[in-house]
Design a protein. Sequence first.
Length: 539
Amino acid sequence: MGRKKRVAIVGGGATGASLLWCLTSQEGPRAEIDATLFHDEATVGGHSLTIPVCFDRNGRGRLTTEQDRVDGNTVYPVDIGVQFICESIYPNVYRQLALPEFAGAVRLKRHTALKMSGAFGHGRIWGNFGEYQAAPRFQCFDTETRGLAERFERDVRRAPWLRVEGRRVATMTVGEYLDTAGYRRDSSFFRYLLLPYLSVINGYGTIDLLETSMSDLFPLYTRIPGLQSDGPYVSFTEPGRGWDRFEDGATRWIDAMVAYAEVRGAHIQTHSPIERVVPVKGGVDVYWRDVARGGALRSARYDEIVLTTDMRTNRELLHHDDNPFWNLQSDFIAERCFPLLPGVCYIHQDEELLAPELRDGKEDGQFVGTYAWGDIDETAQLYGLQYDLGSSFQTFSMQNILGTPAPCWVSMYAEDRRARTPDPARTIFSRSWRHGRWVTSFFRKAKRDLAQVQGIGRIWFAGNNTTMDSQEGALVSAMITAGAISSWRYPFSRFSTAYLMYRHLRQIALGGRRPLVQWNTEADSAAPRQDGESERSST
Ligand SMILES: Cc1cc2nc3c(=O)[nH]c(=O)nc-3n(C[C@H](O)[C@H](O)[C@H](O)COP(=O)(O)OP(=O)(O)OC[C@H]3O[C@@H](n4cnc5c(N)ncnc54)[C@H](O)[C@@H]3O)c2cc1C
């Protein structure tokens, strides 16, 4: 048998871990590939980051210490990124978690009713549950607003066959639907219900909210019998149903996949940020900092590399004179193709971040525009709002969702200097992110075009940029890549929505793959010659 193909995987988030699992869970790829995962931080997780939090007798939260574990203190797994997943939109994740290697190790817990609220300037408050709709103070949930909300939901549910003004709703963006169906942009429904929901779905600080497609919303506002044990997941008028959490936190899923792969021969290098990727004749040279050993610069040659990192990081790794393919790649991974959003999250105990009128602790999630009232940014101008959508934020209550013994919140923001943020003295942890879009329709052209440079210079792009920004998007992206670089075969029933999801996203990611250059022929000869197959190190 010939030498195994050496593959470097960059990034130990959901995509990198899923790819390791794919490459080690089937005999074919296991025999063909020797995989090494490079991760920049000390522990894997990425956007699936769970922070263990403990509370003292006075209810003050803190990061869990070794002593807490020795003392047997209760540890609460607070997810600072991923909060929820659900059956019909994450079919491959659910099928994977039902496999014997994950059963028991990665548990999901149903959050039966997701109560959401919104608060804006001058008492404009509402919720998607009875207590936050009926009383007079919920003035922005009046009869007209309820009527528009119910009509919108009904039309999303009927989108596959509904026509408005002769046009199929399923082919429309939300903006086109609203205009065609005659919704007013100055209605409370548009300003205080729909736009905040679209922000939560697409990512905080998103400008092109109305580009969301009606078919993106269909699975959220619908309950499909046979595919969902509960639902709909999202509603303006009643709590969302059918959402699950990773009971021990999302990092548990990543850890389980990495541990599975390591036992089957994969190599894991944490504390090893990749700095440079250089395609050379017959392979690709990978340079990383060995943080655990004083930060020495090390390098090794691989046969192929998979970048699961975001496109900005990818540009940093590939943009240099020694990459003969940069001119080909640069247009396809440019900022304008994948405009990622900077975001920041806090785990905190600052009650003053909640809207003053909504501090009863009844809801699981609260969208707060109150502190951005009168602040007119680009989105406010675009949508005729009196508050700055980019300085609004979403807060999840860990007391209601996780059962923490004292109030504790996770607040998610667009990175915006003007937004009100938690008091540092009451902040337990914070983290900034760069994220893509949760729904598939965004970056569709860029995702399709990317196929043309996939594999060129033995470099593959994977991750949520290439599918959708979710745990399902990460797993499916890993599956698509595993199929492209090895004999990996789709492992679940092909008579399933999981397979349809995989096929749909593979069609987008690789369907039009007509590489500009064949990497194993022209690319090799185009690449500069370099010597030395063995691992090298220098400072
Ligand atoms: C605030 C927030 C909330 C979210 N909520 C949900 C949710 O409720 N449900 C859901 O399904 N999804 C949610 N998502 C999206 C989900 O977290 C992501 O789509 C998914 O986890 C992305 O996984 P990934 O592996 O593609 O990327 P990442 O998790 O970003 O992994 C990439 C990894 O690469 C590492 N890295 C970066 N540079 C280098 C380098 N030079 N060398 C080596 N490693 C490097 C990073 O540390 C990172 O770990 C949320 C995301 C955020 C930010």
